[in-house]
Design a binder for this molecule. Structure first.
Ligand code: ADP
Length: 334
């Protein structure tokens, strides 16, 4: 709390926390989500009730955790944070839920990774503010109903489609976060540069924004790497030229594709002739988990027209071939 962005120093996690917007008004971009969520919260406040449960979906780094923190701040309610992978047994969830106080905001990151029994417990908790705690095992087991105080669940997931329908349906408000436009990212870079005390020119901020892969977390990270570069190799001012040299050094290409993005395109084009190829095969070829390729690399590649999902598998578009400096074979994208 007392760490300012400028003195958080080399600790990237501390810097990231210090750069988070604290109110809905400070959030840049996501105009529609901001307005919709603002209404949900304001209405709940006026009625003196806890807010409906909120589901936030979208690729990593677009602001899901930030929004969860803002919901808790705007409701003046404490935030509890956990994640799907941390909830392996229904009992883990039961103990978190039974520790909640009225009005608390419970943030469950990667909610699609919760175990099935925990999911089922969560349905009931969300709808009736009740859990059934099972005591004992086998035929002698009994279940004891436990009343919960009203709370707000904020779930985050990379893709809402990964959640079972019954869980999805229990959220009163669902928002999908989209990749940010370059002008929005530029505002984010300027704001962060101000907080970090980094001197920059308009061209410098724009160059970082345009290579940030539509993602605020990446924009903030690239800003820090460019700041290092400008401090060590130049006079400390982030200009267009300095940003572009630094980002070349860090292997972020002019369209913002990083090593994983390029690795996926490279495998697709050079090893599989442009596809179609199944996502699992593609993931093995780049040495990554299927989920990472599907939830981190793919949304950006699809959104920017480099990759298409077809019923027979993933296909490289002509733009992908050209981006790798190759000529698309006749027939591709025709
Ligand atoms: P997610 O939970 O979706 O992975 P986060 O909420 O952790 O993403 O956001 C990553 C970083 O990006 C945060 O440190 C925050 O500073 C920044 N950020 C995200 N969204 C915005 C936004 N709309 N405006 C300004 N900064 C943002």
């Amino acid at each position: 709390e007392h760490v300012t962005a400028a003195d958080a120093g080399a600790d990237d996690r501390a810097v990231e926390a210090a750069l988070r917007p604290r109110t809905l008004d400070e959030v840049i971009g996501q105009t529609r989500v901001r307005e919709q969520l603002g209404l949900v919260l304001e209405a709940a406040r006026q009625r003196g009730r806890t807010s409906d449960h909120v589901l936030l979906s979208g690729p990593p780094g677009l602001g899901k955790t930030t929004l969860a923190m803002i919901i808790s701040a705007e409701m003046g309610a404490p935030l509890r944070i956990t994640s799907g992978p941390a909830i392996t047994h229904a009992g883990d969830l039961a103990s978190i839920l039974s520790g909640l106080n009225e009005g608390d905001v419970l943030f469950v990151d990667e909610i699609h990774r919760m175990s099935r029994p925990a999911e089922e417990m969560l349905y009931l908790a969300m709808e009736d503010f009740r859990v059934d705690v099972v005591i004992g095992k086998g035929p002698g087991a009994t279940s004891i109903p436990l009343e919960l105080p009203p709370f707000t669940l904020v779930g985050a997931t990379t893709r809402a489609g990964l959640l079972p329908g019954p869980l999805r349906d229990r959220f009163g408000f669902t928002a999908h976060l989209e990749f940010y436009e370059a002008d929005e990212l530029e505002l984010i870079v300027r704001r962060s540069a101000g907080l970090l005390d980094v001197a920059f020119t308009d061209g410098g901020a724009a160059e970082i924004a345009s290579r940030s892969r539509g993602t605020p977390r990446i924009a903030n990270r690239l800003l820090r790497r460019v700041r290092d570069f400008s401090q060590v190799r130049a006079d400390g001012v982030v200009t267009h030229e300095i940003a572009s040299q630094a980002l070349d050094l860090y292997e972020v290409d002019p369209l913002g594709l990083d090593r994983l993005d390029r690795g996926v395109l490279d495998a697709l084009v050079r090893r599989f002739g442009g596809g179609p190829v199944g996502i699992s095969t593609l993931a093995v070829a780049v040495g990554e988990e299927r989920e990472t390729v599907e939830e981190v690399a793919e949304p950006f590649l699809v959104r920017n027209g480099f990759l298409a999902r077809t019923p027979r598998g993933r296909v490289a578009t002509p733009a992908a071939w050209r981006h790798l400096g190759l000529t698309p074979p006749a027939g591709v994208g025709a």
